[in-house]
Design a protein around this ligand. Structure first.
Ligand code: BTN
Length: 264
């Protein structure tokens, strides 16, 4: 990781105010939470080359060999309510999507709730955690893992078909370039989307347009139940709307989606 380049290129960005880099740590989300609870400012970034307790959604582990991939977390302090948190997560996902297109000409899709898919395989994931005080967000931690220069097919601990940027492009990719551009883009989207600057862009339309699951027959399971139906929409709150086999719409708030076919 070319950390001095990251610091230099982000020096005028909100994400340049505090950058903490670890060669090895437990989890950048754990580090970020600790810093946030000690008062770390909005825009703090924590980056690691290796995580020994990397966390995924639903209490899973995030496995990533040392030095190959991108693992980072950002601390945000929006003035808002908890229902904004999904929106923030999507802004980072859309930023990374844009950078993958611009730098590598790769088309990424979002698999609900917040996985990044390239060529039908998982290339990255996001774990968002937040703290609330009197129904106002105190801080949000958005942690992203992106497979950059790894051959995920070789690892037997993986649950899903995975890919990496190197696997998709055939060339090694400099991780710091992806990180810098993603954070600069995220800053722009944050200003447009949360602070209300510039054009009133409809990010919700954008994440629905690049969804991996919409229009497909899916099975959503959350450990308690399984819902089968056609994925219709992802609301601004993050809920996935499914038309079930009886033709009724259901709002799914959390779970794992598997795609069964293009048309039910
Ligand atoms: C998922 O797909 O389940 C989400 C994976 C999120 C992994 C990233 S790596 C950086 C940050 N630190 C963590 O411990 N997890 C997130």
């Amino acid at each position: 990781m070319d950390i001095s380049r990251v610091r230099k290129e982000l020096e005028n960005s909100v994400f340049g105010s505090k950058i903490v880099y670890y060669e090895v740590t437990d989890s950048t989300n754990i580090r970020a939470k600790e810093l946030a609870s000690e008062g770390a400012p909005h825009g703090t970034v924590i980056i690691a080359d290796e995580q020994q307790a990397g966390k995924g959604r639903l209490n899973r582990k995030w496995v990533s060999p040392r030095g190959d991939n991108l693992m980072f977390s950002v601390v945000l302090r929006p003035n808002g309510e908890p229902d904004q948190v999904f929106f923030l997560t999507m802004l980072l996902a859309l930023s990374v999507r844009k950078v993958l297109k611009n730098l590598l000409n790769l088309t990424a899709l979002m698999k609900w709730p917040n996985d990044i898919y390239v060529s039908g395989k998982k290339a990255g994931g996001i774990l968002t955690e937040f703290s609330v005080c009197r129904n106002q967000v105190d801080y949000v931690i958005i942690g992203m893992g992106l497979n950059v220069n790894w051959h995920p097919g070789r690892d037997s601990a993986i649950l899903y078909p995975c890919t990496s940027l190197m696997q998709e492009t055939g060339v090694r990719v400099e991780r710091s370039l992806i990180l810098i551009d993603a954070l600069l883009q995220f800053e722009k989207y944050y200003q447009e989307g949360i602070l209300g600057y510039g054009s009133a862009k409809t990010f919700k339309e954008e994440w629905n347009a690049c969804s991996y699951v919409l229009g497909k027959k899916v099975v959503v399971s959350n450990g308690l139940e399984k819902v089968v139906g056609k994925a219709m929409e992802i609301e601004a709150s993050g809920a996935l709307i499914i038309k079930n086999e009886l033709g009724h719409e259901e709002r799914i708030l959390w779970g794992d989606v598997s795609v069964e076919s293009i048309e039910p």
